[in-house]
Design a protein around this ligand. Structure first.
Ligand code: PMP
Length: 400
């Protein structure tokens, strides 16, 4: 018998070697209690959260929680069925209405996760004989959607407009083409030059899908994302998003103005062949989305937090993923996995949680400490965070 697990041996060895150095396992932390969007208890210690995607701090919003409780009381714990059978409740329709209003678009389709939204939409609209042209740093769910649909994958260098244009020009003029971009790339927190990329895509006759998972609620005058901020939302054929970040719960969606969009509800397998979201989840999502339409004060404070943390970390001598803050994600580049893990642990001991990210999730084999800010972080917390980075960075020898 061939042990099908033998392919994992290199990873098992790498993990064992890391744990042998005495560091805690950075991928099995438990949140023992969660006190607010920015504070939890980890290993018995009160810890500032700087590694969640809770950008707008909606997880503890009183209206959001009340809507969830009401739905739980009125509609029960779950739907026990697919959206196309018994799993479409009033709440799912209200959630789709909220999304249509939020984006000012004609159609909205809610999935059980953002991962499934990418998987479903990409695999259904780009099939055998079609081309998906994507940024090489695209999220796993985008790659998986391409594989599932069996389209030809054409990757181009990260955020490189010319490379995209060159790839597009090499493809057969009559072939179906879908260009897939992200508003914010979540590893380094950098944004895409969507305006130019969408222009060259349209010139080549391609449809465009933009994943705005990390920008919804925060970037753009109405929080619609990077495409809105760059004035090109009208030219985007499909926006993909998630409820697991700014919205503060779980779920995914696609919004579009395509006149034939609704047919996807019958042919998109990750929509049809899975249970729909629980009523409490769609109720919290709809309430949160409606509140995010009026979130300009929170957006302004989140920008302040992001700018202050970026400036402070740079002044301390850390190497960052972007020269200027471009989103609510600030990536601190570590010299290697060992020092990254040690730094992660030192920060946790100080009372700060950040995300440790490593290949293959990261570009260019980088080990990153990814910080993601929340609109609910106070200015004092940001100063505290900088103090913790200074102490941990000196202890581990990442800064002098
Ligand atoms: N797209 C991007 C760009 C993401 O970063 C993520 C999650 N990190 C997803 C999609 C998937 O979202 P979800 O958590 O809702 O599955």
């Amino acid at each position: 018998m061939t042990d099908l697990f033998s392919k994992f041996d290199p990873l098992i060895q790498q993990r064992e070697a890391l744990l042998a150095t005495g560091v805690k396992d950075p991928f099995s932390l438990v949140m023992e209690a969660v006190k607010s969007p920015t504070v939890a208890v980890c290993n018995g210690k009160e810890t500032i959260l700087l590694g969640t995607y809770n950008y707008m701090g909606m997880t503890f919003d009183p209206d959001v929680i009340e809507a969830g409780k009401n739905a739980l009381d009125t509609f029960g714990a779950g739907t026990t069925g697919s959206r196309v059978l018994n799993g479409t409740y009033q709440g799912h329709k209200e959630c789709e209405e909220a999304l249509k209003e939020f984006y000012a678009m004609d159609h909205a389709m809610v999935f059980s996760t953002g991962y499934q939204a990418n998987l479903g939409i990409i695999s259904t609209i780009a099939g055998k004989g079609d081309y998906v042209i994507l940024d090489i740093d695209s999220h796993a769910s985008i790659y998986d959607g391409c594989k599932m649909g069996d389209a030809e994958i054409v990757a181009f260098r990260h955020n490189d407009i010319e490379a995209l244009e060159k790839r597009l020009k090499r493809l057969p003029a009559e072939a179906g083409k879908l260009v897939v971009l992200e508003g914010v790339y979540s590893m380094l927190g950098d944004i895409a030059p969507l305006r130019e990329m969408i222009r060259v895509s349209k010139e080549a006759g391609a449809m465009v899908l933009v994943d705005e998972a990390h920008s919804m609620g925060f970037i753009g005058p109405n929080g619609r994302g990077v495409a809105e901020d760059q004035g090109v939302l009208e030219d985007v054929d499909f926006v993909i998003g998630t409820f697991s970040k700014s919205v503060g719960t779980v779920g995914g969606f696609c919004v579009s103005n395509h006149p034939k969009f609704e047919i996807l509800r019958l042919v998109c397998r990750p929509y049809v062949f899975t249970a729909s979201l629980p009523p409490s989840v769609v109720a919290t999502a709809a309430t949160s989305i409606r509140k995010l339409m009026h979130g300009s004060n929170k957006r302004a404070h989140l920008w302040e937090n992001s700018k202050r943390l970026h400036k402070g970390l740079k002044e301390l001598g850390f190497q960052l993923g972007t020269d200027e803050p471009q989103s609510a994600i600030i990536a601190v580049i570590m010299p290697d996995l060992e020092r990254g893990a040690a730094m992660w642990e030192a920060l946790l001991a100080e009372g700060l949680y950040v995300n440790l990210a490593r290949p293959p999730a990261t570009p260019a084999n980088m080990t990153l400490l990814r910080c993601s800010l929340c609109a609910e972080h106070s200015a004092e917390q940001v100063e505290q965070i900088l103090g913790m980075f200074a102490a941990a960075g000196r202890n581990v020898g990442v800064i002098s």
